[in-house]
Design a protein around this ligand. Structure first.
Ligand code: ZN
Length: 177
């Protein structure tokens, strides 16, 4: 079922592989009534990661251990903290605070630099994500700054399915794209 990806762009190949994965496993953590495959067919969009839920108000979802409350962004069979095996899906706040960041100046081919890799505290849950829609320099990116989830297009595959990624933009930043 996987469509061959004609692009030799490394990043594009990466998300092609992701699309295949989410189409196969997308409903594993129960993000809604729609499977991601159905969502892609209806909206023409597919999230880059399966913990990103698209729609009117895009947001992240985590799986939470019902025993100890540890949260994970990938599917788990057992909790790394307590070995519990029961999980529920919980939505993550879109608003957060930048707790740490790195301005990445060198990366593999196909990755635009510099960019800002960050750890964002979203209502007590740590999320790794890039800080986007901002000049990637220390004048504009500061610890403790308020940020909010933002999505962006990574491009389309040959069938017109659009891959959607997420990052965090400074609150009050001009909407870009
Ligand atoms: Zn646990």
């Amino acid at each position: 079922m996987h469509r061959r990806c004609d692009s030799d762009h490394l990043l594009a190949q990466g998300w092609c592989a992701r699309i295949e994965r989410v189409l196969v496993f997308g409903d594993a953590i129960g993000t809604g009534e729609d499977t991601l495959a159905e969502q892609a067919q209806r909206t023409g969009q597919v999230p880059l990661v399966d913990y990103l839920v698209l729609g009117d108000e895009p947001h992240l979802v985590a799986v939470e251990c019902t025993k100890c409350g540890a949260r994970y962004f990938d599917r788990r069979n057992a909790c790394a903290s307590c070995f519990g095996d029961q999980f529920k899906t919980v939505p993550i706040d879109n608003d957060g605070v930048l707790r740490s960041f790195t301005i990445v100046a060198h990366a593999g081919p196909g990755v635009e630099v510099p960019f800002v890799a960050g750890v964002i505290d979203c209502g007590g849950t740590s999320v790794r994500g890039n800080v986007i829609n901002v000049e990637p320099d220390p004048d504009n990116v500061t610890l403790g700054m308020a940020v909010r989830l933002a999505t962006y297009s990574l491009g389309q595959d040959d069938n017109g399915t659009e891959a959607i990624g997420f990052g965090y933009e400074p609150v009050g930043a001009a909407a870009a794209g």
